[in-house]
Ligand binder design. Structure first.
Ligand code: NDP
Length: 676
């Protein structure tokens, strides 16, 4: 096999390895695969290129344009991904492992593309949360907004997911409008470099949006300032060393860390042998130990099971492990491949020694493993290792030492409070799972262990095959955890985008607020025109365009007719005495839905026109009762517009229904789809 020279990509140029060159070896055969070295890179120049070229280009795009870019990128990678599998075998991964990495990474891009389109505005400013009324008169308002950081995101990735690790960080970063410098872990960098090369070849990203360092990061971290972010995945030791960089501290550079984690899985007290929950637990333990040869930051390291079922769990898991075919990841029969490198195997063996001081080995041998289709010594193969600990309360190492391979320890618990307390002994973890059908158990685990975990995963016969697995971080959900796990968060949907944006509290008048956010707020100027706003095409409609309707009286006959017609004969509308006894009502009152219906009758423009559909309303409030004899009129104001495609867009209307005294009786936001 030709040895691949891994290139860095700096300021728009591919740069061959130089300086201290390291040869990277196949995890399967021990043969050289690639050479890596970033000597001579102009790190400061890379950071400046990102800030001066990549950032401005991304910031001219709206969230929707960036989302479309991510979608196109995901499609491109999807179509070109086949060669990546071939390279992935050399990292020790089976086809199934590679799918988690490669397809999982592309899937994450797709999810962010879709979330960006649906949950972010077609704008460059993100409005965060609700408007705050800061004064009685309504002329001084508060609103949080978020804007893109104007620096560079430095992504330092782990060796275990060369593609997913890059894409799960890039997706929210690029959606935020921030350029990135990607630094893959050396051990598996040939796969990251190949996937990165495809992104550049796609031509879909603006110049400077992404750069790659194949090799050490030199003095890059010493060049970072207040607009930059470091996002790190790897060992706690490296994270601790990097976050202590004086420059990062002095400039309060955001440092997101995802590091060691002693994840737990709890077998519920109700999940005794013979139940579907017990079987699901055993299956999942086996999967977590063997997928990626246990090199997952989320893998189950501690198996916390009822004392009474400990032996049954050990027997069932050991039985499955014994049947696992370990060997050449290219062979279809292989269920578990190799660790990523011989260094990694040496590290696992060393960590296992610490665990063995507190726990008995009940399956496997750290020094010996039978493999098929490969050389167990030349390749980084290791046997799955199952330990049992008799004194989990007294033990320290099993809760603190992460052997980053197919290694788990079984321990018994007395009751669920004890189980959750043991899970917390990990000192902060990415994930804990619980196999139970008992809602009280689930509630108790969340109460006791929630604060120690970034994610709690509950599985049982009902979640069945639909469940995504203990070990799978999902782009929709937060990935990260407190304490030992790094104290950071990644993904979690749009939350992950916010890590690359600055939240700013805006305090201003209604008109300025409308100008800043692009959305009309109550108290700001309105535009009243000759034409009904429903006659305006999406493109013509101006924010603030307002219609005041004529008024209409609500009669007792109206209320009775509505009650009879709909079947809603609730006493507040039909029984004067009973209604009066209710502290909220002066007597019989109009139905809330009657008020809404009359409002629609007042503001609707009936003829066919640009309004294609009314598809809902948000934030509906009935503020004052409407009595027979009251008169209603409506203010309808165009609040925001969101383009959906070339044919139509969403209009959000602010609707206020007021009575004859000018008091607002109802308010809501109406959503329509309007033709372009
Ligand atoms: P490291 O912490 O050594 O490396 C992580 C990343 O940091 C790599 O990209 C590495 O690059 C980079 N790095 C190392 N030193 C520096 C530095 N001085 N400046 C800038 N970047 C640096 O972790 P490993 O990947 O070697 O894994 C070691 C252990 O970490 C595992 O055995 C496991 O216990 C834990 N781990 C935990 C993960 C988790 O998510 N919980 C994921 C992966 C690992 P390079 O490779 O070039 O040195």
């Amino acid at each position: 096999m030709t040895i691949l020279p891994l290139h860095s990509y700096a300021a728009g140029r591919w740069i061959a390895p130089s300086g201290n060159i390291t040869t990277l070896k196949s995890a399967v055969t021990g043969e050289p695969v690639a050479e890596i070295g970033s000597g001579g890179l102009d790190y400061a120049g890379m950071a400046e290129h990102a800030r001066r070229t990549g950032g401005p280009a991304l910031r001219t795009m709206t969230f929707h344009q960036r989302a479309a870019m991510l979608k196109a990128l995901a499609q491109y990678l999807n179509e070109h991904r086949d060669p990546l599998y071939e390279l992935s075998y050399e990292t020790g991964s089976t086809k199934a492992d590679s799918m988690i990495d490669i397809d999982g990474g592309i899937g994450t891009l797709f999810v962010y593309a879709s979330k960006g389109k649906r949950e972010l505005p077609d704008d460059t400013i993100y409005v965060d949360g609700a408007l705050e009324q800061l004064s009685r008169g309504g002329n001084f308002l508060g609103q949080h907004v978020a804007t893109s950081l104007q620096g560079v995101a430095v992504h330092i990735n782990a060796f275990n997911f060369p593609v997913w690790g890059m894409l799960e960080k890039l997706a929210p970063t690029l959606l935020a409008g921030v350029p990135a410098i990607v630094k893959p872990a050396s051990a598996t960098a040939w796969l990251t470099e190949a996937a990165f090369r495809m992104m550049i070849e796609s031509g879909l990203l603006p110049e400077g949006a992404v750069q790659l360092i194949a090799g050490p990061t030199g003095d890059l971290l010493d060049r970072l300032g207040c607009q930059d972010v470091v996002s790190f995945t790897g060992s706690a030791a490296t994270a601790g060393m990097l976050r202590a960089n004086p420059r990062l501290i002095a400039n309060s550079v955001r440092f997101i860390a995802e590091q060691d984690s002693l994840n737990a899985s709890i077998l519920g007290p109700d999940a005794s042998p013979g139940t579907p929950e017990f079987d699901a637990f055993v299956k999942e333990v086996h999967r977590e130990m063997t997928a990626k040869a246990g090199q997952k930051c989320t893998a189950m390291r501690r198996l916390i099971v009822p004392d009474a079922h400990r032996d049954a769990v050990i027997e069932a898991v050991a039985d499955r492990l014994a049947k696992t075919v370990i060997g050449n990841p290219r062979d279809e029969a292989t269920r578990m491949g190799a660790l990523a490198s011989l260094a990694q195997r040496a590290d696992v063996r060393e960590k296992v020694e610490a665990i063995a001081r507190e726990a008995r080995l009940v399956h496997g041998d750290p020094q010996k493993v039978d493999v098929s289709g490969a050389d167990a010594e030349k390749g980084a193969f290791i046997s799955p290792l199952l330990f049992a600990c008799d004194d989990p309360d007294g033990a320290e190492g099993i809760h603190a030492v992460e052997a980053f391979g197919p290694v788990s320890t079984v321990m018994g618990y007395r009751d669920i409070a004890h189980a959750a307390a043991l899970a917390n002994r990990g000192g902060g973890s990415l994930v804990a799972s619980v196999f139970t059908r008992d809602p009280a158990v689930a509630r108790q685990v969340v109460e006791v262990a929630g604060a120690f975990h970034g994610r709690l995963y509950f599985a049982n016969r009902d979640t069945g095959k639909e469940a995504t697995g203990h070990g799978s971080p999902l782009p929709h959900m937060v990935h990260g955890g407190p304490g030992r796990a790094g104290g950071g968060e990644e993904m979690g949907g749009i939350r992950g985008v916010m890590h690359y944006m600055q939240r700013t509290a805006i305090q201003a008048s209604p008109d300025l607020m409308t100008g800043i956010t692009g959305g009309w707020v109550a108290g700001a100027q309105t535009l009243e025109k000759d034409r009904h706003p429903f006659r305006m095409r999406f493109a013509e409609l101006e924010i603030g365009h307002t219609l005041w309707t004529k008024s209409r009286q609500v009669t007792l006959e109206d209320i009775e007719h509505f009650a009879e017609f709909t079947g809603d004969t609730f006493y507040a509308h039909m029984d004067e005495e009973a209604a009066k006894a209710n502290p909220f009502f002066p007597g019989r009152v109009a139905h809330g839905y009657l008020i809404l219906s009359f409002a629609a009758g007042l503001f609707v423009d009936p003829a066919p026109g640009p309004v294609l559909a009314n598809y809902g309303l948000d934030n509906l409030r009935f503020m004052k009762p409407v009595s027979p004899g009251d008169s209603l009129k409506v203010r309808l104001t165009a609040k925001t517009k969101t383009r959906r495609n070339d044919e139509y867009g969403e209009v959000r209307w602010d609707v206020a229904v007021v009575n004859q005294d000018g008091e607002q009786v109802a308010g809501y936001e109406l959503l329509t789809m309007n033709a372009m």
